[in-house]
Write a protein that binds this ligand. Structure first.
Ligand SMILES: Cc1cc2nc3c(=O)[nH]c(=O)nc-3n(C[C@H](O)[C@H](O)[C@H](O)COP(=O)(O)OP(=O)(O)OC[C@H]3O[C@@H](n4cnc5c(N)ncnc54)[C@H](O)[C@@H]3O)c2cc1C
Ligand code: SF4
Ligand code: SF4
Ligand code: SF4
Length: 420
């Protein structure tokens, strides 16, 4: 199979949309299936060129070992209070985009607009400053970068800012390589990424209670709901809103996880020019939120130096960022998942090699054990329940988990009381 049917059949599509952007005969469209948007090929038109599969970041991704191992790092926070208030973290992405567009350094930036999950999320070209606020915050749902990649490929003379998770960045880099293009004209702002969820998280939250009005907007993390890192905010068509604890998302996220994320090892977005995430290092952080920033390339450094007056900034250690993002544990799970996958697919892995920010030695010799197989099976079982909209099961799981957590807290309280 020389096209992305292989990716979708193995459930490894991240819905990045990049295959559709590179297809020379435009024969790929997207359909909503299993609570996500998946590519469908019109086989009457397909010329079997293999371009989509060569570009796809879903399958057989290989890490570039030449990437900088100890990059320059900072903890940063936007000085602009309005940007900071609406940001997920320290407002790096928005404040940088604003400064770079304002000063004519870049022609446009591709960002996600608004918080409506009824249709497929996508990045769109944003040039006006006034609407930047509506792009802020993290969407923990797959975002199509089809328009962004198509624009970049069709306009080699335009300077573009691309914002995306690790897999989307790999897809863009693959597409540029395939087109024989350098990435000189593109600034890649990479988001740290632990996972994205399918649209089942939105459908689940919609059904969590009987709301008085249809949902208009969902903010996964909003500082208006309890400060940084932010709780869930749901806005309704009748003008009302509710805030839900972030735990409502965390507790069920295993059911809503994208299957591809079970194998992903690139949490810190190693191919980006600048990688950004929440500052969980507990150093130079702030109750209003701040970001960890990794400067990975010369182009990233140049843009950062152009923008740095917009921020409060402190030097940070790469090792602190890595440990605050729990990379070691992530590596162990994800790498073993890759080996279990290879075991069941004639040695074909989802990801090959190891990103520079993870342990380089020993790991490739690991042997898959029964425990590893069982763990992945359990993760996949939960993931299938989300895909098949088994919200009743998920709610029962939530109730049990909440009861257990309540009991745990009660026992700790009793223990402390007895001790005092
Ligand atoms: C799916 C996902 C998982 C993440 N996981 C982690 C994590 O585990 N640890 C961590 O520290 N940080 C994580 N982050 C990053 C973090 O949540 C913030 O997005 C990041 O720190 C940037 O915040 P900011 O305040 O600079 O940006 P803001 O000013 O809030 O702007 C955010 C920008 O990102 C764009 N955007 C939002 N969601 C997406 C998306 N899915 N794809 C492409 N563009 C998008 C928006 O359009 C906006 O331009 C994750 C982000 C995402 C989207
Ligand atoms: S390129 Fe993206 S959307 Fe297309 S099959 Fe691969 S992961 Fe899915
Ligand atoms: S193989 Fe070529 S023509 Fe066929 S869907 Fe993929 S990119 Fe399009
Ligand atoms: S965890 Fe990896 S595969 Fe999943 S969305 Fe994030 S970068 Fe993409």
């Amino acid at each position: 199979m020389r096209n992305i049917d292989r990716t979708t059949e193995d459930g490894l599509c991240t819905s990045c949309g990049i295959c559709a952007a590179v297809c020379p005969v435009s024969c790929i469209c997207f359909e909503r299936r299993n609570e996500t948007y998946l590519p469908v090929i019109n086989h009457d038109k397909c010329i079997q060129c293999g371009k989509c599969l060569r570009t796809c970041p879903g399958y057989a991704y290989t890490y570039d070992t030449k990437i900088e191992k100890e990059p320059l790092c900072f903890s940063v926070q936007a000085k602009d209070k309005k940007i900071l208030k609406h940001a997920s973290s320290g407002g790096v992405v928005t404040a940088m985009v604003r400064k770079l567009l304002r000063d004519g350094q870049y022609h446009t930036a591709f960002l996600v607009l608004d918080y409506d999950y009824e249709n497929q999320l996508e990045t769109k070209p944003i040039c006006e400053e006034e609407i930047l606020q509506r792009t802020q915050q993290s969407r923990y749902i797959p975002v199509s970068q089809e328009k962004a990649v198509r624009f970049i490929l069709e306009n080699p003379d335009k300077r573009v800012i691309f914002v995306g998770t690790g897999c989307a960045v790999h897809g863009l880099c693959n597409a540029l390589k395939e087109a024989g293009r350098s990435r000189e004209q593109v600034l890649i702002l990479g988001l740290f990424c632990d996972q994205t969820m399918t649209y089942s998280i939105y459908e689940y939250l919609k059904r969590l209670k009987s709301w008085n009005s249809p949902v208009k907007a969902l903010h996964f993390r909003d500082k208006r709901a309890g400060g940084w890192p932010g709780n869930i905010r749901m806005e309704f068509q009748n003008g009302t809103h509710v805030h839900l604890p972030a735990n409502e998302r965390m507790i069920v996220k295993a059911f809503c996880k994208q299957k591809r994320c079970l194998y992903c090892m690139d949490k810190l977005n190693v191919e980006a020019d600048l990688s950004v995430g929440d500052n969980y290092t507990k150093k130079d952080d702030s109750a209003e939120g701040s970001s960890s920033l990794i400067v990975r390339t010369a182009a990233g450094q140049k843009s950062w130096e152009h923008c740095q007056d917009e921020f409060f900034m402190f030097h940070a250690e790469y090792s602190d960022i890595k440990s605050s993002q729990h990379l070691d544990k992530k590596f162990e799970n994800q790498w073993m998942n890759n080996l279990v996958f290879a075991d069941a697919h004639n040695g074909r892995q989802v990801e090959y090699g190891i990103p520079c920010d993870l342990k380089p030695s020993g790991a490739t010799d690991c042997k898959v054990g029964r425990k590893d197989r069982e763990r992945l099976k359990k993760q996949l079982r939960k993931q299938r329940l989300g895909e098949s909209r088994s919200y009743g099961c998920i709610r029962r799981y939530r109730a049990i988990k909440l009861a257990r957590m309540g009991l745990g807290k009660l026992l700790i309280g009793l223990h402390l009381y007895k001790k005092s």
